[in-house]
Design a protein around this ligand. Structure first.
Ligand code: TRP
Length: 330
């Protein structure tokens, strides 16, 4: 039996946080046995906002190394760099002709980004979700693991797949968004009612996967806590509750177990324990990422193999699309 196909991607922009690790990367790792997984580094999406070229290239490799270091197996999964497979741009062009300007301009993220980058509202920014639909549809993905903020884009991919199929005959698999709800949401250490973000202005609010041990521990020591002194999960204690969520996610224990462990102990001890636990988990990931980045040959070989396997699968779908729409092919 063939396994169902999963597609997901991340942009090589910003520094990944421990929230991305718990909410996304770790889930990808868990999916790779039960699904055929395609994971890409979405550099074509990244350039819809201005990027420093040298930095974009560096981050692309860092991200690929990080995924492998976190346990994404580049032999089991197809891990590749989006721009290396030209079929993405080709299918995006075709899908543009079945996308209405109205629906593209109503996308929440397009509106947000247009405000944030008012001096650079380029065509690519509006086309972003169509390119994302091309990513997903090329690989016949049944499910697309994404954060809640990307759900609308997966819905557009569904609409475009159905529209194309209706117009030209059965071609695309209609994908489902796969939103992880089980994982705890990790909040900012300084404003625990806000999501921990990779583009946060204040570096002390987020813990990055690239932070060294001392930095991690220092950030947790400075985390905002609430009045009171008991380490207990409560709606009206967002600071301590967030730290408990982080502790459990990294320790692999339940809230009840964590509360019991810190019964009678103060916030100070608890914060140090959270910092040490997180640092212990990310240290081996950082070491493996560093090893992969120091020998670029091994990393490049994984990405070339990923590119070839991705291009083969994508080309099959693209040829089918070309046939349906009446493009000539030899
Ligand atoms: N837009 C996604 C994000 O920023 C990244 C992405 C690009 C993606 N192409 C995709 C996610 C295809 C899922 C499927 O998070």
């Amino acid at each position: 039996m063939e396994k169902p196909i999963i597609y997901s991607a991340v942009q090589p922009s910003g520094n990944l946080t421990i929230g991305n690790y718990v909410g996304a990367i770790r889930n990808w790792v868990n999916l790779q046995d039960s699904y055929d997984c395609f994971f890409s580094i979405a550099d074509m999406h990244a350039i819809t906002v201005r990027q420093e070229p040298a930095e974009l290239r560096r981050r692309t490799l860092e991200l690929a190394a990080l995924y492998i270091a976190c346990g994404v197996d580049p032999e089991k999964c197809v891990l590749y760099v989006q721009s290396q497979v030209p079929a993405h741009a080709a299918l995006c062009w075709v899908l543009n002709t079945v996308t209405y300007v109205g629906e593209a301009s109503r996308m929440t993220q397009f509106k947000d980004k247009s405000q944030k980058h008012a001096d650079n509202i380029n065509m690519g920014l509006m086309d972003y979700p169509v390119l994302m639909a091309a990513d997903i549809l090329l690989y016949r993905a049944a499910a697309v693991p994404v954060g809640a903020d990307q759900k609308q884009h997966v819905e557009l991919a569904r609409d475009l797949a159905v529209r194309f199929n209706n117009r030209f005959g059965e071609t695309f698999v209609v994908p489902e968004p796969l939103i992880f709800r089980g994982g705890a949401k990790i909040a900012s250490l300084l404003e625990p009612t806000k999501k921990m973000s990779k583009s946060e202005e204040n570096p002390n609010a987020s813990v990055f996967l690239s932070d060294d041990r001392d930095t991690v521990i220092r950030k947790f020591k400075r985390a905002v806590t609430d009045s009171g002194s008991e380490v207990r999960y409560a709606e009206d204690k967002p600071g301590i509750s967030n730290l408990l969520n982080i502790y459990c996610a990294f320790k692999g224990c339940t809230l009840a177990e964590a509360e019991k462990e810190f019964e009678g102990k103060g916030y100070g001890d608890f914060k140090i324990a959270v910092g040490e636990t997180v640092a212990d988990v990310i240290a081996p990931v950082q070491a493996e990422q560093k090893r992969l980045l120091s020998d670029k040959k091994e990393l490049a070989a994984y990405l070339v193999s990923g590119r070839d396997r991705a291009a083969y699968a994508a080309r099959k779908t693209l040829s089918k699309v070309y046939r349906k729409i009446g493009f000539w092919e030899a």
